[in-house]
Design a protein around this ligand. Structure first.
Ligand code: AR6
Length: 179
């Protein structure tokens, strides 16, 4: 499979991730896996209270790591709860921790035979990660992953607002131009 096909497997969309009919959606969670605001709140409300019960059984999750639960009332079969770093200026390991969220989520997806997965822009809301560098990490990690894994068919990078959608598109165009 050539490079061009690999880019075709990455889809940047503007949507509510909780509504997507994919095998797995990724949640931008906190270390307590206790639910919260932002996309976490939207996902928990849409999945129903069983999701919080399932999270409680998993215990905590370290920053940069991910854990998986069923999707319960969501269209998605699974929720992968990834904990992004809080932005502290960029020299506290934030880039590596954010990259790790994407890698660990993709690894869990493979273990569960996921063919379609959707990611939100982890850490770019309450956790304050600047949008463009976060988009670069997200796209970079997905590209590297798809190059060596043929089983994952489509990765959706889900932007909630117009500004993040345009930033993601811009970063994606830069990667495609550079290849
Ligand atoms: N679908 C897709 N993306 C969304 C949605 C949605 N329905 N809603 C918001 N976003 P955030 P974080 C985008 O704050 O920065 C929670 O309280 C949003 O525009 O949800 O990782 C957790 O419990 C932004 O681009 O997550 C943690 O405590 C992106 O999702 C903390 O927030 C991430 O914003 C995690 O903060």
């Amino acid at each position: 499979m050539g490079n061009k096909d690999m880019f075709n497997r990455i889809n940047i969309i503007q949507a509510d991730i909780a509504a997507l009919n994919v095998d797995a959606i990724v949640n931008a969670a906190n270390r307590a896996l206790s639910g919260g605001g932002g996309v976490d709140g939207v996902i928990h409300r849409a999945a129903g209270p069983e999701l919080l019960q399932a999270c409680r059984q998993l215990g905590r999750c370290e920053t940069g790591q991910a854990k998986i639960t069923p999707g319960f009332r969501l269209p998605a079969r699974y929720v992968i709860h990834a904990v992004g770093p809080v932005w502290q200026g960029g020299d506290k390991g934030e880039p590596d921790l954010l990259a790790s969220c994407y890698r660990e989520s993709l690894r869990l997806a493979r273990q569960h035979d996921v063919k379609t997965i959707a990611f939100p822009a982890i850490s770019t809301g309450a956790y304050g990660y600047p949008l463009k560098p976060a988009a670069q990490i997200a796209i970079q990690e997905v590209i590297v992953y798809l190059e060596q894994d043929q089983s994952l068919e489509i990765v959706f990078l889900v932007c909630f607002d117009r500004k993040s959608y345009e930033t993601y598109q811009q970063v994606m165009n830069e990667y495609e131009d550079a290849r």
